[in-house]
Design a binder for this molecule. Sequence first.
Ligand code: ADP
Ligand code: MG
Length: 360
Amino acid sequence: MFQDKDLQRTPLSEIGEFGMIDRIQSSFKNTQPTTQLGIGDDCAIIDYGEKAMLISTDMLTEGVHFNLAYVPLKHLGYKAIASSVSDVCAMNALPQQVLVSFAVSDRFPVEAIDELFAGMLIACQKYEVDLVGGDTTASKAGLVINVTAIGSCDKEKIVTRKGARENDLLVVSGDLGSAYFGLQILERENEVYKVNPNVQPDLRPYDYLIGRQLKPEARLDIIKLLEKLNVKPTAMIDVSDGLASEILHLSQQSKVGFTLDEEKIPLDQQVISAGEEFELNASIAALNGGEDYELLFTIKQEDYDKIKGNPHFTVIGFANDLQAGNHLVARGSNIKIPLTSQGWDAFYQYQKNVKNAEEE
Ligand code: ADP
Ligand code: MG
């Protein structure tokens, strides 16, 4: 195909990850009555009567999503499962099974793959999911991991990205920005290590940030808590690409805009300190970083009392008319800044890595 001289050669980076997905989606039409929802949400929904099956798949590639110079394989295994399970949680569903495929070069001994799967086992036990299949194959360079997660849910309990309505409250679980700073610190220390392998860094002041980067959790506990509190979100997504990008996904699918209050974005004290150290506004890390795997959702105003004061939840904004657009109200002011997404776009990350490799 690439030998065809008449074929236009548009760089992937020109349309980006989401542009590419739109392109694929536009040429495939669903025909099966069981396909309730296809491309475009955290999971596909397969309709089986009262219950629905939720399916999501995620791929991680060495050099783009992880750097084995500082990511232990056991953590990587845990994270691969957690990030896929997170997509099932984002539909308000309970994860049940995973399939794991990987491609590996002969650079990796058996013991390395054992470590990877030891991490996966811990995650499978934690989230109570069964490993029921996968595929094992060779790669010429590096490690590629793909995890498919399957969950189930009563049909009327499923939450998609679509259902937010004007005046709904925008809520996030946990706190944001930590995984981004965790990555910055690991990359910084890796650079120091390359120059002087004898330096032993003291990473204790950053333990929370590094933990959030290396071993994120899927918020299955939040799904169970929402059920207990009798709150069904009107729309939901998991925060894998940064808050701004996820808000824009909810906006696009629900046909509402959002007003986000910068002051309300939950930030851990270590994120605030790291922001000062890296001279980067900590809110930017929450907005444009990624991999926090918290749940971002909307609730009806009448449900506010059910979550009020709960330390797991923060109301960070509300839904407004689509025409009014998506805005951030800057800290300590009434200034409204249009919300744009710079999320974690794998194609840009790939380009950055290639550029770095060329410079080295
Ligand atoms: P998430 O960040 O929740 O994992 P993505 O941003 O990766 O979701 O994907 C968005 C949507 O596009 C999902 O519904 C996903 O299944 C779909 N998608 C991504 N890549 C492809 C592909 N190559 N073919 C078909 N669907 C895809
Ligand atoms: Mg997702």
